[in-house]
Design a protein. Structure first.
Length: 333
């Protein structure tokens, strides 16, 4: 069954501005990033409707021409942003539930999943999103997070001096080196400790040492299985630090002690719900815009990389299979 997609485009707290601008409105190939993501979701068969949460007036202006150009296949809703990332996702999900009033309703255990993704993904492709949703639903878990393989990211590396590229940081696990894909499929009504999601997201870059140490200490004191969670959490950050410093052999030694199943088990205990990683091999969903350099390179090489991504995912997963739209999409707002 198709699921609603919730695009978090807020500009408060955990959000990082690029050149003083919220990432949702950075222009790549003549369109703001949020319009790229919303357009991509239109051809994902497993998505029923699209909800975007953020600065409502700016979002309506950025997305308004999609309807006029006939680019909307699915209902599109704009929700004014709340105080932080967690509230943006939670409150928008409450409004997306079947039969919910305008102010939303709390989910029950039986309520379904939603796809959550960020707004700064210019190279996301419909096929990779479809594959992630299908495989996540097949697992039956309460929370699935996407990973992509190291091999799928090599297309974005710098090729030669003077030709820009993006080199991302990886999670170093026994099974390989992976990049988070910015795709989350969640059944929020089944996840007990939802409030940890924002804090984990804020420290996703694995470089803010004192904040990471503080989170680890709170996990140790407050959650069941705290020692195991903190142990694997520490090993992952150690392997990541060694990897970033070019000490690949040492990083490989450390990651042998980090099996993906144990990490999943620890996160399940932390969140109070069944958690798993879902690995895809497209790569484009893992390229988010986190700094000025990445934005400049993405804008410069957009046409080339987009073309390569579309060819890659078609080879992996086949052509886009979504049928022609039969529903009338709503105007933004």
């Amino acid at each position: 069954m198709p699921v609603p997609a919730i695009v978090t485009a807020g500009d408060r707290k955990a959000s990082r501005a690029i050149y003083g601008e919220s990432k949702a409105y950075l222009v790549v190939a003549g369109r703001p990033l949020v319009a790229h993501v919303v357009t991509t979701l239109q051809t994902v068969a497993e998505v029923s409707e699209v909800w975007v949460v953020g600065n409502a007036p700016r979002l309506e202006a950025a997305l308004g021409d999609l309807a006029s150009r006939g680019a909307l296949r699915k209902p599109l809703h704009v929700v004014p942003q709340f105080r932080n990332l967690y509230e943006n996702g939670w409150e928008t999900y409450r409004r997306a539930l079947p039969g919910a009033p305008p102010e939303g309703r709390d989910p029950t255990y039986e309520d379904g999943a939603a796809l959550f993704l960020s707004t700064d993904l210019p190279f996301a492709t419909p096929q990779e999103i479809s594959e992630f949703i299908r495989r996540s639903l097949e697992t039956g878990v309460d929370y699935a997070v996407g990973l992509v393989t190291e091999e799928s990211m090599k297309a974005f590396y710098p090729e030669a001096p003077g030709k820009g590229g993006i080199h991302m940081a990886y999670f170093n696990l026994r099974e390989g080196r992976f990049r988070q894909s910015n795709l989350h499929l969640i059944r929020p009504g089944r996840v007990k400790n939802r409030y940890y999601v924002e804090e984990m997201y804020e420290h996703r870059h694995q470089r803010e040492f004192w904040a990471i140490l503080g989170l680890a200490w709170r996990l140790l004191r407050s959650e069941r299985g705290g020692f195991a969670v903190v142990g694997y959490y520490g090993l992952m950050h150690l392997a990541g630090m060694l990897d970033r410093r070019g000490l690949r052999r040492l990083a490989d030694r450390v990651r042998r002690w980090i099996p993906i199943t144990r990490v999943e088990r620890g996160i399940s205990m932390l969140l109070g719900g069944d958690f798993c990683f879902v690995i895809t091999e497209g790569g484009g969903c893992a390229v988010d815009i986190d700094n000025e350099h990445d934005y400049d390179v993405a804008a410069q090489r957009y046409d080339e990389w987009r073309k390569d991504q579309l060819a890659r995912v078609e080879q992996l997963y086949g052509p886009i299979s979504v049928p022609a739209a039969t529903r009338t999409a709503e105007e933004p707002g």
